[in-house]
Ligand binder design. Structure first.
Ligand code: G4P
Length: 292
């Protein structure tokens, strides 16, 4: 798994996207950072605040349909205590999309008031979406674009090629997201990204990853996978995670010739089911908790 840091992102790539984000930043008043509600730590770029300087920022905890509801509430409170505005959304149903304009207005309050004091009736606020790969940036933009009645026409001061969508009567959104990179040098971060499928499967050993996921699930919510895989007779204390994977494979009839259990197939199935939230709505990282 140590190879993960070399995957997808390399220094040249980061420099290029940094430059691209910095030039888009000039066009916007605020930034909406999309993260994966199941892994709020690992799906954030730790250098974002440096990159966006002092632009106001909203956090969109996406995929909240797959995250634990109590954990998501705890995260929102945690951010609120730090003065950060965060909302939980889900791009499948569009849940809480209506809270997006007011969240942006909240972080833009001072500027809006300043502009109003200067006589501007309804100042237009422009926002761009940023986030690491796979958190749902395109899904969010596409859904808002579909809901949006009109594209904003090219106008002076707005770079050609950038498309804007109206989100509300004083909010416009840039159609191209800023792609950030995760903190690949931390192995736990890499692992958590891999659990959710944000890191390509072909670079990670599925069995190893599935065992790591089981290490985690058995501590966090054993009830769900015990029920899902009908392992009620299991002596969890005396079964290690690899044996658990074997039992899961056996329950699902995943055998190779000779009667051996196909643990690789079992691992892929387990990861797929976790990623589709079939093992329950699971948040892997909690506020103030250790990553491990
Ligand atoms: P990105 O631009 O940030 O890279 O992410 P993208 O929108 O491509 O979304 C990555 C995957 O996450 C997609 O699944 C997308 O459907 C899924 N997704 C995005 N938002 C949500 C959400 O709120 N809830 C759930 N459950 N899934 C979400 P995919 O398997 O890559 O494609 P597909 O299933 O859409 O075909």
């Amino acid at each position: 798994m140590s190879e993960m840091q070399n995957i997808q992102w390399f220094p040249g790539h980061m420099t290029k996207t940094k430059r691209q984000i910095q030039s888009s930043l000039k066009l916007v008043d605020a930034v909406a950072e999309i993260i994966d509600a199941r892994i709020p730590v690992s799906s954030r770029n730790p250098d974002l605040h440096k990159l966006i300087q002092n632009k106001p920022r909203v956090i969109l905890m996406n995929k909240c349909d797959m995250a634990n509801q109590t954990a998501t509430k705890m995260w929102i409170d945690f951010y609120a205590k730090q003065g950060i505005t965060a909302i939980a959304i889900d791009c499948k149903s569009g849940r809480n999309f209506n809270k997006f304009p007011s969240a942006v207005n909240t972080v833009m309050k001072e500027k809006i008031e300043r502009l109003k004091a200067k006589g501007m009736k309804n100042p237009m606020i422009r926002v761009m979406i940023v986030g690491i790969p796979n958190v749902g940036k395109s899904s969010f933009i596409n859904k808002i674009a579909k809901q949006s009645k009109a594209k904003v026409e090219d106008r002076p001061g707005v770079t050609r090629g950038n498309q804007w969508f109206t989100v509300s009567n004083n909010l416009e959104m840039l159609d191209t997201p800023g792609v950030l990179w995760p903190k690949f040098d931390d192995q736990i971060v890499g692992e958590h990204l891999a659990f959710t499928g944000a890191v390509k499967d072909q670079v990670i050993d599925a069995e190893l990853l599935a065992v790591r996921l089981l290490d985690f699930l058995r501590r966090l919510q054993p009830k769900d996978f015990i029920e899902r895989f009908k392992l009620q007779d299991l002596d969890l204390e005396n079964t290690d995670s690899y044996e658990l994977l074997q039992m899961i494979g056996k329950k699902r009839g995943m055998l190779v010739s000779g009667g051996e259990i196909d643990t690789e197939r079992a691992a892929i199935m387990l990861l797929d089911e976790f990623r589709a939230a079939k093992l329950g709505r699971i948040t892997v990282e909690m506020p103030n908790g250790e990553l491990r």
